[in-house]
Design a protein around this ligand. Structure first.
Ligand code: ZN
Length: 501
């Protein structure tokens, strides 16, 4: 190993410790921190983030990367070291291309925008956010121009969280998916709705959390390198190799909320826990993109966790945990209840079939805002039209419409939503590939044993971390290009059976 590579690795290991400290402060802030600690914690996180940014963007790192990029021309391009130099140089370019004054102006604007939205949403007052959101669109365009030359103004914003993905590849995929989903939803809602009253309980909170923790471990989440806590919004906090935490929430009158939040976050966490130990202390030690990450939370939550075969094995234990509430409810009734489809206004409450329509509406709107073909002042009205077209239902209030998600009001317009749907599409294709490539997985699942599936995913997907970008990672895992067909095949066969279509 050259001494420059050794030196770079030493700097990166220090940075990864600094970032883990920042992430731990963030986990605490979003879970158990007392409300009064907010101001001081904001200061502490800002300090650590500035320290990390200054260390990473220092000229020393730039010089090392210049030298190493030349050295790497003679290395095996598929080696870990070559990937390390490549990805670190990309991160470095991303972090240094944007002028410091712009970063602080944008962050100041984001604070203002968030506070304006936080007041406007309960007041159902879209008009008060219009000037703020107009400025966000302008700043997002500016940021995209700093980040690089994409064919589309949104490409650079998408690339930050879904490296290698572009509007040119995503738009046709999403359009085909929308055209396939709209008629499927129509056929489903023409049938009598599923009765999901079995999930209403009441279910004591602590018993739900205890069961969820047991289930997480059973699926393969390593509690020795993780823990489960409660938080208002469930999330996964990957701190470092030995510490990948998850949070959940529970409601007395909705058993599905805690169960599937936990399985979702377990999917994210098992991906992070599965990254190879040899990548520890480098920027490669993380999931490769938000879409690939979401493919794993969705694979475990929906394809595994909402399957009949899963509950044929796990339901008796759930019944034993809640005998008064579920003792008289059959596994078939439970399975149907957790897969109920209905037209709804709120993305985060949506079922598996309608969910992507919520995302696609947002993706298309943000592209139009960035292109300048849609004006912010018309956004609330156009939102209602698009919901009517895509979901057959439209909000009467903006708080259940254009004001419902935090994303556009606490970050950029563009780059935030596509990952959810990319993840859903990928989840089915990756699952199909696993079953096709390893003949031991399907019979094990039929016995309620998910270990061979997890092992296959660890070996072929989780272990490589950020060594490859999203399209390359996906191709290595599946041997295919991204396509909606496996996903649509999965939805069609599952819901045709559930709703006798
Ligand atoms: Zn997720």
């Amino acid at each position: 190993m050259s001494h420059e590579l050794q030196e770079l690795k030493t700097h990166l290991a220090e940075l990864s410790d600094i970032n883990a400290i920042a992430a731990l402060l963030g986990w605490d802030q979003s879970s158990i921190m007392p409300a009064g600690a907010g101001e001081g914690r904001g200061r502490q996180i800002a300090y650590i983030s500035r320290l990390s940014h200054e260390k990473f963007t220092s000229p020393t790192i730039g010089r090392l990367l210049d030298t190493l990029q030349k050295q790497a021309e003679s290395w095996n391009p598929d080696s870990v070291d070559a990937a390390l130099v490549r990805i670190t140089a990309k991160d470095y370019a991303q972090a240094t291309r944007v002028p410091v004054e712009f970063v602080s102006a944008f962050s100041e604007h984001t604070n203002h925008s968030y506070m304006t939205w936080a007041a406007a949403r309960p007041a159902n007052d879209f008009r008060s956010v219009v000037p703020v959101l107009e400025k966000t669109v302008e700043l997002s365009r500016q940021l995209s121009r700093y980040q690089g030359e994409g064919a589309h103004i949104a490409d650079a914003l998408i690339d930050v969280s879904d490296s290698g993905m572009t509007v040119a590849t995503l738009r046709p995929l999403f359009t085909t998916l929308r055209e396939s989903l709209v008629p499927l939803v129509e056929r489903i809602v023409a049938h009598a709705p599923i009765d999901d009253s079995a999930l209403r309980g009441p279910f004591p909170i602590q018993a739900q959390l205890d069961y969820a923790a047991k289930l997480a471990e059973r699926l393969g989440y390593d509690m020795n390198r993780g823990r489960l806590d409660t938080a208002p919004h469930p999330f996964c906090a990957p701190l470092h190799y030995g510490d990948v935490r998850i949070t959940t929430r529970a409601r007395v009158d909705d058993l599905g909320d805690s169960l599937f939040s936990v399985i979702h976050e377990v999917g994210h966490a098992m991906y992070e826990q599965g990254v190879a130990k040899e990548l520890e202390g480098t920027p490669l030690a993380a999931g490769t993109s938000s879409g690939v990450h979401e493919s794993q939370s969705r694979l475990w939550e929906n394809i595994v966790g909402r399957s009949k075969s899963f509950w044929q094995h796990y339901y008796p234990e759930l019944q034993a945990t809640f005998p008064a509430q579920l003792g008289h409810v059959s596994v078939e009734t439970f399975y149907r209840a957790i897969n109920k489809v209905s037209r709804s206004l709120i993305r985060t409450d949506a079922d598996e079939v309608t969910y992507n329509l919520h995302v696609i509406v947002r993706f298309e709107l943000e592209l139009e805002l960035l292109e300048g073909t849609l004006a912010v002042k018309d956004l609330a009205e156009v939102w209602q039209e698009r919901y009517q077209q895509a979901l057959g239902i439209a909000p009467t209030d903006d708080k259940d419409g254009v004001l419902q998600d935090i994303h556009w009001y606490a970050g950029t317009v563009g780059g935030a939503f596509q990952g959810y749907t990319i993840g859903n599409i990928m989840s089915a294709q990756i699952y199909e590939a696993a079953l096709a490539k390893d003949a031991s997985i399907a019979p094990a699942i039929a016995r309620g044993d998910y270990k061979p599936l997890l092992t296959w995913l660890q070996t072929h997907l989780y272990a490589t971390g950020r060594r490859y970008d999203a399209p390359t990672t996906f191709k290595r895992v599946t041997g295919q290009e991204l396509s909606i067909e496996p996903y649509f095949r999965y939805l069609n066969s599952k819901y045709a059976e559930l709703y006798s279509l």
